[in-house]
Design a protein around this ligand. Structure first.
Ligand SMILES: Cc1cc2nc3c(=O)[nH]c(=O)nc-3n(C[C@H](O)[C@H](O)[C@H](O)COP(=O)(O)O)c2cc1C
Length: 205
């Protein structure tokens, strides 16, 4: 019986692969790796996926009928012990790229609430799944992150991941502007370290 470390997957949702949320996601993953986690970064921008068609095709099986890149990405997220969702604010909400992907989690809503099955079947053999949300917004408008946070909470809940932190930075607009805020990069690095530092509760062979 061997022990495996935690596996941490980050989903970077911005179309800017070198943008603010992607930089923060990479920093959080660096922190997780420094604590012994294996890490994997997925840029949604590299993938092709359709929006949910509301066809109800998942209602009887818990599986989406659309065959595209969303399926394999969700497999990565289901296999992870730690999940980082990084997405900017567009038009006062989570960016469309993230929202379109999250709508495809309707299959897990069907699994839980129509089929009464767990999304994570082998939960007893795994540590509690945990995750954080990372976002940036160009303005400092009150409640600029409120809508995105609602969506992020839904995403983590439906994937059976406990959301343990939200790192949202207002007033960060142009590409790479977050580099002028080293304290923010340090904050997500430490959050990643904390996420990646716990060993699984049950050793996995
Ligand atoms: C289409 C679009 C819509 C945006 N809408 C908002 C907005 O409603 N409020 C806001 O504060 N910033 C808005 N922004 C600015 C982004 O939130 C900001 O530039 C952010 O740091 C981008 O993160 P990224 O580099 O990870 O993509 C918008 C940017 C774009 C491209």
């Amino acid at each position: 019986m061997g022990e495996r470390g935690l596996h941490c997957v980050a989903l970077a949702c911005s179309p800017r692969k070198d943008g603010n949320t992607a930089l923060l996601a990479r920093e959080a993953l660096r922190g997780a790796a420094s604590a012994g986690s294996t890490t994997h970064l997925i840029y949604l921008q590299d993938h092709h996926y359709a929006p949910c068609m509301a066809c109800d095709g998942c209602f009887e099986t818990g599986r989406c009928v659309i065959e595209d890149d969303a399926g394999p990405i969700y497999q990565h997220l289901l296999a992870a012990d730690r999940v980082i969702l990084a997405a900017p604010i567009f038009s006062m909400g989570i960016c469309a790229q993230a929202k379109m992907f999250i709508d495809r989690a309707q299959q897990f809503w069907a699994t839980r609430y129509l089929l009464y099955r767990p999304v994570i079947a082998d939960a007893a053999r795994r540590p509690e799944r945990r995750g954080i949300f990372i976002s940036t917004a160009g303005t400092r408008m009150p409640d600029v992150f409120a809508g995105a946070l609602q969506v992020a909470r839904y995403f983590f809940k439906i994937l059976e991941v406990r959301l343990v932190g939200a790192y949202c930075y207002p007033g960060v607009d142009e590409r790479g502007a977050i580099l002028k805020h080293p304290w923010a990069l340090g904050e997500v690095y430490r959050a990643g370290q904390e996420l990646g530092s716990e060993r699984p509760a049950v050793p996995v062979s």
